[in-house]
Design a protein around this ligand. Structure first.
Ligand code: ARG
Length: 490
């Protein structure tokens, strides 16, 4: 056991005070996602799509690697800093290629050097670790399958998770990501060797990645057909083998919540349930996300009901993908409230981004009161401040081309944390949770606070279907509307 009595690997929640974190790397040989049964990546810009080798796992441009690397390096510097100041300023955004209003965070050495109109935060130093550089342009293959290239190590969140004192490698669902956890292997081994008595290093069996693991017709479905089938929660991976990406899991101490998605199947949730018997594992469903992948742009616990600050337990929700009423009930009866994330400050997506504009809510908590958000996301910044938080910011839009944002690019190793019970009021029956024939699509009403939930209704902004308005509900309900196309994510 190391110095302060806590194992070197210790993270039970999303919000415990952060001490050690891995931040992803944009390696020179990072690749675009290749085409495969679990992934049909798209380019958002048709001119670029014509000009480059796509889809096919080509190497990303040196310029893009440079820009993403610089943002990740700045993120590390902010995490490592003892003191930072946050200030509103208009500045040129190299990804958006225009001037925009930002909340900009700068590292300062001495709080007395604070600039006028800035907020100073003595956040404390957080240790950052980085994955090992790899050549992602190498092809990979297994019996009966191959992938022209691999992907990159920008999103350790997808492959690795700390659950309590266990380091867990996910199975992954994409062939191109089979070996991605190797970029973190040196870190995992070192941590485990430091304290093998308390730290577990574990992995779910690697899938065969055979063709028979996938629903082949998934990518041919129209949005209308997807909408019609939303009750079945069947995506591109079938149930023949346990599959999960680590980013489909969110932790709240004794309870963890796992999203059924394109990247996580019921068998994967079942594997987690039987391998973490000391925890309560809850499958969660967001029926309006027709391409679900990773829970961290959909449902983000911010602080537990017992926290001193503000108005109690809060979870940030995405009102285009509301949680099921039946599943939200557990949160309501244990004193949590749902908070609508505001519409993103910018709805444009970088050309190679396979994620939605909801990367705006992809935040990393540094503690129950402080989190890191993207520096353009002033609407979110304001909502968080209103609810008693001290957000800080980093620029991260160049990472959006690499599969994620602030939360995705991290893997939290150590927090000041324990196996807290934030849901004492429940009857947990794991068998029933994953063995029922699931067809529930009755979601919480995001337009009004009800039954003790704070939903924080929002209104139309700039003619875009406003979150939580009747207009947005209508367009969500209509599979052919342009708005519902914007929900397409991977
Ligand atoms: N599918 C999500 C969305 O588009 C993006 C999730 C990214 N998260 C991650 N851990 N890579 O909204």
């Amino acid at each position: 056991m190391p110095t302060n009595g806590t194992p070197v690997v210790n993270a039970w929640t999303q919000w415990g005070r952060l001490e050690t974190v891995v931040v992803g790397r944009a390696d020179p040989k990072s690749c675009h996602l290749p085409h495969e049964p679990a992934c049909h990546a798209e380019i958002n810009d048709p001119l670029i799509a014509d000009a480059i080798d796509w889809p096919g796992g080509s190497v990303k441009s040196a310029k893009s690697v440079e820009l993403a690397s610089a943002q990740l390096a700045n993120f590390c510097a902010v995490l490592e800093a003892e003191t930072v100041q946050v200030k509103s300023q208009k500045a040129f955004d190299s990804e958006l290629k225009r001037e925009v209003q930002k909340m900009r965070t700068e590292v300062i050495q001495n709080p007395d050097t604070k600039e006028k109109d800035s907020r100073v935060l003595q956040k404390g130093r957080i240790s950052t670790l980085r994955p090992t550089e790899m050549d992602w342009s190498q092809s990979v293959s297994g019996p009966g399958w191959s992938s022209t290239s691999q992907y990159c190590a920008t999103c350790p969140r997808d492959t690795m998770i700390t659950i309590g004192n266990t380091i867990l490698e996910a199975t992954m669902s994409k062939r191109s990501r089979y070996f991605e956890s190797l970029a973190c292997r040196e870190i995992s081994l070192k941590l485990w060797r430091q304290d093998p008595e308390h730290v577990k290093f574990w992995a779910c069996p690697k899938p065969s990645f055979a063709d028979s693991m996938y629903h082949k017709d998934f990518w041919e479905l129209s949005d209308k057909q997807r909408y019609e089938r939303m009750r079945s929660y069947k995506f591109c991976v079938n149930e023949t083998e346990p599959i999960f990406d680590a980013a489909d899991i969110t932790r709240c101490g004794k309870d963890i919540f796992v999203q059924k998605s394109m990247t996580t199947n019921d068998s994967g949730i079942k594997w987690l349930t039987s391998h973490f018997p000391e925890l309560r594992v809850h499958p969660v469903h967001f029926p309006y996300d027709l391409y679900p992948s990773h829970i961290d742009c959909t449902f983000v616990p911010l602080r537990p009901p017992s926290a001193d600050a503000g108005d109690g337990g809060l979870v940030l929700i995405n009102s285009e993908r509301p949680p099921l009423k039946s599943e939200a009930e557990l949160w309501r009866k244990n004193g949590w409230k749902l908070l609508n994330a505001p519409l993103p400050a910018q709805t444009d997506r970088p050309p190679f981004s396979q994620s939605s504009y909801w990367l705006s809510m992809n935040l990393l908590s540094l503690g129950p009161k402080t989190m890191v958000i993207e520096e353009n996301e002033i609407p979110l910044y304001n909502v968080l401040v209103e609810h008693g938080f001290d957000p800080i910011t980093v620029p991260m839009r160049h990472m959006y081309d690499y599969g994620g944002g602030i939360h995705c690019s991290t893997w939290d190793i150590k927090r000041e944390d324990s196996c807290v019970d934030c849901f004492p009021n429940q009857e947990y029956a794991p068998k029933h949770l994953y063995e029922q024939n699931f067809s529930d699509i009755d979601v919480v009403d995001v337009t009004s606070s009800n039954d003790g939930f704070l939903i924080n209704p929002l209104t139309d902004i700039d003619g875009i279907c406003g979150v939580g308005t009747l207009a947005s509900k209508a367009s969500r309900d209509c599979p052919d509307s342009p708005f519902s196309k914007k929900m397409r994510t991977a």
